[in-house]
Design a protein around this ligand. Sequence first.
Ligand code: DX5
Ligand code: ZN
Length: 218
Amino acid sequence: ARRPLIAPSILAADFAAFGAECRAAEAQGADWIHVDVMDGHFVPNISFGPALVAAIRPHVTTLMDVHLMIAPVDPYIEAFAAAGADRLSVHVEAGVHTHRTLQAISSAGLRAGVALNPGTPVEAVLELLDLVDLVVVMTVNPGFGGQKFLDSQLAKIARLRTAIGDRPVMIEIDGGIDETTAPRAMDAGADVLVAGSAVFGKGSVDAPEGYGHAITAI
Ligand code: DX5
Ligand code: ZN
């Protein structure tokens, strides 16, 4: 079986210990660190912004994968670039000029990704596939960790894989990933798996072996 890249989401980490949580996850096998930015407007929850990205930057040596669940996006691109983000993924539902937004992210020197809500069809990103190196398929409705994986998205992942063809574009699956759902997402064509509660819900920064077991199990 192909081995996925694992991107633990710090939304499920100890908010009083982000630096230590990131170091522990990396030491225990995380490939990327996933940062969920929520604005209480595009999604019904508020998490954190560019200042948090800057604060954890010295504690993360791997790729910082920033998932923007905000609208609008464009006014904040420079702030996330200055904060040290490596990748910004934006929702195709977040505005009417996603093409322009993705160009602006690349112009700022960052990798660009595009995310789809569960209710959004693959067709919504077909004209954007040459502007990104990552498509995020949400397997929960965004806003909260710990929700149940939506099986209905598996067929969409497979359709996206076909649409991508031989382009250098990875598929990231975000929401409800655990040791049961991960293999199904991989079979459908995923390359990167985000996992919040399935990683940071196990173990603690004081005893991070649990993260290692959780990451390996996925
Ligand atoms: C949902 C976020 C996810 C979330 C995943 O809005 O984009 O990244 O943190 O959490 P789990 O793995 O607990 O579903
Ligand atoms: Zn996310």
